[in-house]
Design a protein around this ligand. Structure first.
Ligand code: FAD
Length: 656
């Protein structure tokens, strides 16, 4: 009540680094009422992260700026490893190249974080007038837990303050201490002209002010020292301990994690009966100004032990031998959870940090933002069920654990100074280990596999016990990209671009060989269902709430058949698949063909093989707005598909 004059927004994002901007993209794209603030006066211009993994590039393609990265960036596919040979002189081993280098349309690239931020900012501008409010800091936080289940309530209250000219700093190290103007070192450098637009801004007219804002959802993307994380009391501190455990926990000699409300511990069985445990321990000094500060020196092995005992309960845990222990200082940290009550979310460095060697910080952060963004946007827009929000933590926490595991393996090799035994025949121990680690984590690091588990957004089985029919179309994994031919004009395009990140789920109909009468009949039956002729009101296309101001249905239908391109016509396909618009005419980009193209070798007509799908029978699937597969079934599994969508989307309220 004391904040009667507070303004309201549906989603407030704190932090405009890679994760915050990616989250904001979805708000812009789905037309959600949102704000994004950052305490710095500018975006990053030079330095910080630069490595881009293929999955990140696929995401960029689905947004529409992949070509800009391609144009400016540097491809990094092959690597050489130099190590001393038998006579001590350095010998090159390599070039080594990933065996999976062609599993994506794109290759790993290098381009500065500042350019990536520019491209996302431009995409946001393309779809909305959402702008980063720079030089604005969040200073106080209140959360009204009582109304957390009321979707119309604004349970989060924040005080935002516009920083004064003296307080605000730009993002660049080279501009340290300067305010809005162009940092000197950048003036004559090869800064891109479009970055200058962002640099010179309203410094003169800046006025300090304080504002109270109420929000339905808060997304903290505020980096490694996250203020938001501290407000919701989620620790990022931890201890690591090597002990010989005395316990009745059955899996103490197996690699894995144990999670309960007190946090997550990582169990790593080691040599000589030792076990290493990574343990979340929070020691906070609540200073007079209310800031929680991590105090490493006050962590003791006893505290770590007590935390392990709490997490392992009801199993017992103790030890007599402790070989080594430490409190985390920098580097490897992970928050036990990335969300509170599905109202407040944390993404990016705010919840996981690691050494920069694996080159994944920016990628993971953007992918976190990409994952949480569409979910919060669709729920805030009244399109998706709030039940989908819990999948953010379930999907991303697990990957952050893998990230830390990868980092541990790789960093260990960088810090291990033991001399190599020489290179008898092609490769030192260290190089071999390095390659082994890189190969083991390749799918994860490049984002080729996501490992998302079953949830309202990932249906692992159709008909309870029947496994999905597409061999390589696995629910919970990304849709394997393929280049297809557009039936209407023969142009080619990767599915990463066809499945545009516009907030819609995609019903992908792999229609098989429609020259065959039986198969054509199956496609016709499905089409009658989609146009509501089989069962009234059952069509998924009219069943769910629209994305207000954007799309009248949150489902887009895309067909890809396997017949010869030349022996098929656009008009061979049922009308509902051709997506007629009263103003724009036929949706010529809705029917695609998996056939080889003489002038584009990437379009080789082997898509169905790559997907493991029968070229005659095809199948259908639902691809989520982030291009991960949600559901797979036969063309007849219309009810099962509807059941999947019912679990994620909100049905239109009808009068009966
Ligand atoms: P950030 O990019 O940290 O963005 C957080 C934003 O939140 C900042 O803009 C900050 O101003 C804002 N903010 C914080 N608190 C508040 C508040 N209370 N109110 C308002 N705004 C707030 N990664 C790699 O992969 N490879 C590298 O080589 C690499 N090198 C790096 C070098 C440096 C010097 C740094 C700092 C980072 C480096 N990283 C590297 C890490 C990479 O930059 C991060 O992983 C990535 O930026 C994380 O994105 P983010 O959006 O989660 O957080």
């Amino acid at each position: 009540a004391s904040y009667a004059s507070a303004s309201q927004t549906d989603v407030l994002i704190i932090g405009a680094g890679p994760s915050g901007l990616m989250t904001a993209y979805w708000m812009a794209r789905c037309g959600v009422r949102a704000r994004i603030i950052d305490k710095k006066s500018t975006k990053v211009f030079t330095g910080q992260a630069d490595g881009l993994r293929v999955r990140t590039l696929e995401i960029f393609d689905s947004i529409g700026f992949q070509h800009r990265v391609q144009h400016e960036g540097h491809v990094a596919v092959e690597a050489n490893f130099w190590a001393p040979g038998p006579d001590g002189t350095l010998i090159r081993q390599g070039p080594f190249c990933s065996s999976k280098v062609n599993e994506s349309p794109f290759h790993n690239m290098l381009l500065s974080q500042g350019r990536i931020e520019r491209f996302i900012l431009d995409s946001i501008k393309q779809y909305s007038n959402l702008e980063v409010e720079r030089g604005v800091i969040a200073e106080s936080f209140e959360y009204d837990e009582i109304v957390k289940d009321d979707q119309n309530a604004y349970p989060i209250t924040l005080k935002l303050r516009t920083l004064s000219e003296d307080e605000v700093t730009p993002s660049n190290n080279s501009g340290e201490g300067r305010s809005h103007s162009v940092p000197d070192k950048l003036k004559d450098s090869d800064l891109h002209p479009d970055d200058l637009d962002d640099l010179i801004q309203d410094s003169k007219s800046r006025q300090t002010k304080t504002e109270i804002v109420k929000a339905k959802y808060l997304i903290g993307c505020d980096g490694a020292h996250s203020w938001t994380r501290k407000q919701v009391d989620i620790p990022l501190e931890g201890g690591v301990i090597d002990i010989i455990p005395i316990t009745d926990f059955p899996d103490i000699r197996r690699l894995g994690t144990v999670t309960n409300a007190s946090g997550t511990i990582l169990v790593i069985p080691r040599e000589r009966r030792l076990v290493r445990l990574y343990v979340p321990v929070q020691v906070v000094d609540v200073a007079k100004n209310g800031n929680a500060r991590f105090n490493r020196s006050s962590i003791t092995p006893e505290m770590i032990k007590e935390r392990v005992q709490a997490i392992l309960k009801p199993y017992t845990f103790d030890y007599k031998v402790c070989e080594w222990w430490t409190a985390y200082q920098i580097g490897q940290r992970i928050a036990p959870t990335f969300a509170k009550d599905d109202r407040i979310f944390l993404a990016g460095d705010a919840v996981h940090t690691h050494s920069p060697k694996v080159g994944l910080g920016m990628n993971m952060s953007m992918q976190d933002g990409f994952n949480v963004g569409w979910k919060v946007a669709l729920v805030a827009a009244g399109v998706a069920s709030p039940a989908i929000l819990s999948t953010y933590n379930a999907e991303r926490h697990h990957l952050a654990e893998m990230l830390l595991d990868f980092d541990r393996h790789l960093s260990g090799l960088f810090t291990d100074n033991k001399p190599s035994k020489g290179i008898p025949e092609g490769g030192s121990d260290k190089t071999e280990n390095m390659i082994k680690v890189l190969e083991t984590f390749e799918d994860f690091a490049d984002g080729l596999k996501a490992f998302y588990g079953a949830s309202p957004l990932v249906c692992k089985f159709v008909n309870e016990d029947k496994l999905n029919p597409g061999h390589h179309l696995v629910p919970g994994e990304r849709f394997p990209p393929v280049k297809l031919r557009k039936q209407a004009d023969g142009n080619t395009q990767w599915t990463t671009r066809i499945f545009e990140s516009d907030g819609r789920f995609r019903l992908v109909i792999l229609a098989g060989d429609v020259r065959n009468e039986m198969q054509k009949h199956r496609v016709d039956t499905l089409s009658r269902f989609l146009s509501g002729q089989l069962k009234e009101k059952a069509s998924p296309l009219s069943r769910y709430n629209a994305i207000p101001g954007r799309f009248k249905s949150p489902i887009d239908v895309v067909t890809a058949h396997s017949a010869s391109w030349k022996e098929t016509e656009f008009f061979d396909f049922p009308e509902i698949l051709r997506d007629l618009d009263a103003t724009l005419g036929w949706g010529y980009d809705k029917i695609w063909c998996d056939d080889a193209c003489i002038w584009d070798r990437d379009c080789d007509g082997k898509g169905y093989e790559k997907w493991g799908v029968d070229r005659m029978r095809g199948l259908m699937l639902v691809v989520r707005p982030d291009q991960y597969i949600g559901w797979v079934g036969e063309l007849e599994h219309m009810d099962e598909m509807t059941r999947y969508l019912d679990g994620a989307l909100i049905k239109v309220v009808t009068e009966e």
